[in-house]
Write a protein that binds this ligand. Sequence first.
Ligand SMILES: C[S@@+](CC[C@H](N)C(=O)[O-])C[C@H]1O[C@@H](n2cnc3c(N)ncnc32)[C@H](O)[C@@H]1O
Length: 485
Amino acid sequence: MGKGEKLSDVRSKSNDTLPQEGFRGGQECYNLYERLMDMTDFADNIVLGDCLDLFPKVEDNSVRTMHTSPPYNIARDYEGYSDDLNEKEYLDRIKEVLSECKRTLVPGGALFWQTGYTTEQGGYIKPLDHLTFNLFRELGFHLKDRIIWRYWGGMAFKSKFTNKHETILWWVKPGVRTTKSRFDVFPVREATKFHDSRNNLFGRNPGNVWEVDRIAFGSNDQTSHIAVFPEEISDRIVLTTTCEDDLVLDPFCGSGTVCKMAKARGRHFLGFEISPLYHRESVNRVSLQARGELLSVLSEILKEHILRVGESMKLSMVAEKVNTILSPLSLEPYEKIITKPYLDALCEGREDGVKKSDKISLWKDVEEILPPVGSGRTGNDPFGLVSLVNGAYMKAYKLHKVYGSAMRFHLVARWVNSLRRALEQDRKEAWRYIVSCLVNSETGSYRQEHGRITLVSRGNRIKSDIAEQPTGKDSQREGAVPTLF
Ligand SMILES: C[S@@+](CC[C@H](N)C(=O)[O-])C[C@H]1O[C@@H](n2cnc3c(N)ncnc32)[C@H](O)[C@@H]1O
């Protein structure tokens, strides 16, 4: 972790219960500026090595959530290790890993184990969740849910139906009843198909069949890795089962998707990866992600409106430009469209303050400002700010494309409130400080030298960006140290 920081310190900072109202936009916004100051004291890492060698360095009961996908033992052409063990050897290894997962998770902590199939001689297949099921049971884990990732794309089969799914078993470490283990569906509610006054204003629980595209060849998210998770999957897991500052771990970290999403949401992360190539790429990938929501959105604004790649500008000038763009920030003009009590309810993520009979007209009003994604309509956004921030959000977090208008408005409003809080402090100093935090957290995109900020990469094509990455000390700061401790 950060200078002089132990995992136990991180653990003691994480909350044991979900913050209630604040989590939805009240308290969290007020504290965000202070939290950023805290967070820069940590340096989170992806560590090169065998997870079984590295796990012993992680403290007992320190990890809130793990999301991982082990090798499938199908002789895949991974870099740096054999994916072709006999079944007993394979299961023995997985059992060792699972014991370490159990030791390091907090009681009630979640282990999302994502797998497909393994094969045996003659081409028979065995579902991996079935093969390893009893290992989890023997260790005392409780199964909370079985999520199906239903994907689009993938190779077509000739002799049977083309495979279109993987499973994610959600195991819970004993110590807290499974029904009581942490889960907050609010941040991932998705758009309902029809507006009905009985429906939740912010959308529905997405259920346990997740339809998400695979990472396509040639897409921006592609790396050299052959099994990259889509970001939406990790994002959902991080958002529903962890709070800010919690620790998220992926012992088979691959291209670093889980670590990237944990960082994007302001969680601490730790990844282990055995292959030097994947390790290097994942470190670079995570270095192109800003830490937490406020910085992620701010980064999009800098890249869209302030700096061009290769351009450098004085920190004070960047701060001034950000201030000029964002100072007029206000939700007041929206009161003309949405009545004040309902605007407050939307901003705070409260649907209890909205009369059932008014829900449909409220939906209509919000959709005038922010039409559903893919509807082809442009919004009637009186200030343009909601569109600005929303555009940044859409880029920073892909998940937002499944959100309904009310949810997107809520997210923007939460962010607007955070900024207002930050701006209430000494404006120039606040911005200077926040922009410096951004540069230090997104080391792959920005460089700061002699009081000037340079945008070195927009980070929108991971594979080609890797070749372009500067190899200097600064660009390697984010977790590039080969050992953690
Ligand atoms: C299925 S992939 C994970 C992909 C990852 N979820 C992503 O989004 O890129 C499994 C990864 O585990 C790594 N691996 C295999 N054995 C390992 C070990 N003993 N310790 C650490 N990493 C290992 C492999 O190199 C591979 O990158």
